[in-house]
Design a protein around this ligand. Structure first.
Ligand SMILES: Nc1ncnc2c1ncn2[C@@H]1O[C@H](COP(=O)(O)OP(=O)(O)OP(=O)(O)O)[C@@H](O)[C@H]1O
Length: 303
């Protein structure tokens, strides 16, 4: 079952659709990476899923139930979230902050201890939060979000501003959540490398539109695209390809073609040899994930 589904979700600010016909499918007990450049509409989408802002059109289904004004609060009881920077009381300790959050949800010390342990803040729990490092504050935000093991966790760029060690810690925690607690995690990021290391499923948003949604492996599979050939006469080979209506481009000593079926590769080599052009190398080129991302977003992305 999909834990989150959106149906043609739309958000219009002024005259512009910032989120447009967006239909997401977040499968159960997976990490869903919601990837897109700054300003693509990630936060706006997550806020609509959390009922924090109203969609201009379309709807949100959580745990198989269409969310409406009546069931919103009961559905959101099973959702933990961290959107933008975590809110906390600096003059209180980590533990006291957790107690405040736990009380609001009717939870007790057992849940608090579990969440603090999961983010490795047990030892620092009696220190005032204003003395915490940024990474510790972020982990406290996460501890509050996972209090009581919600079925769904929604995180908006949770590693923003953290140092590499802090990023690694958060990443390991997120990956462990579906296995450890059976949680489903929906996490946004503008960093391809980050999503690549965490997600099972990826949704790519660009200018408010979902332009890709599939398993991470499917995104990788897109990468076996190019065939590189090197011949004794690349110039003549290029002309032959153009005449045969095969698209190609030059890359140093190679001609790059889209991936061809085996029988077409065989035919291509015959044509070249028949014209006296020797085939020196034929290689399958794996374009990097960055290349793919640039291609599907039309280049408008920070990596
Ligand atoms: N309340 C608002 N009023 C008007 N425009 C808004 C509002 N909130 C967001 N926007 C615009 O909607 C677009 C999408 O913003 P959003 O914050 O969802 O993007 P994002 O993908 O989360 O990017 P970032 O990573 O930079 O936060 C942006 O152009 C933003 O300026």
């Amino acid at each position: 079952m999909d834990i989150v589904q959106t149906q043609d979700l739309r958000k219009r600010y002024g005259k512009v659709d910032r989120v447009c016909d967006l239909s997401l499918h977040v499968p159960e007990k997976k990490v869903y990476g919601f990837l897109g450049p700054n300003g693509a509409g990630k936060t706006t989408t997550l806020k609509m899923i959390l009922g924090l802002i109203h969609p201009s059109d379309g709807g949100v289904t959580l745990f198989g139930q269409p969310m409406d004004g009546k069931n919103r609060l009961s559905l959101l009881r099973d959702v933990g979230s961290l959107i933008e920077s975590p809110s906390y009381y600096g003059h209180l300790t980590g533990l006291e902050n957790m107690v405040v959050a736990a009380r609001m949800r009717g939870l007790g010390m057992a849940e608090i201890d579990e969440a603090l342990g999961a983010v490795r803040l047990s030892e620092a729990k009696d220190r005032r939060v204003r003395e915490y490092s940024l990474g510790m504050k972020q982990r406290l935000g996460l501890a509050i979000a996972i209090l009581g093991r919600p079925k769904l966790l929604i995180l908006d760029e949770p590693t923003n501003g953290l140092d590499p060690a802090g990023i690694q810690e958060i990443r390991e925690l997120i990956i462990s959540l579906p296995i450890r607690y059976g949680m489903t995690v929906l996490i946004s990021s503008h960093l391809l490398s980050e999503i690549d290391q965490m997600a099972d499923v990826v949704g790519v948003i660009n200018e408010g539109q979902l332009i890709f949604e599939d398993k991470l492996s499917a995104l990788h599979a897109l990468s076996q695209q190019a065939l590189a050939i090197r011949t004794t006469d690349n110039h003549a080979a290029g002309e032959l390809l153009t005449a045969a209506k095969v698209a190609w481009q030059r890359s140093e000593d190679y001609l790059l073609l889209n991936r061809l079926r085996d029988d077409n590769v065989a035919r291509l080599s015959q044509i070249l040899v028949a014209k006296g052009i020797g085939l020196l190398r034929i290689e399958e080129r794996q374009s990097s994930l960055e290349d793919i991302f640039l291609r599907i977003t039309g280049g408008a992305v920070s990596l």
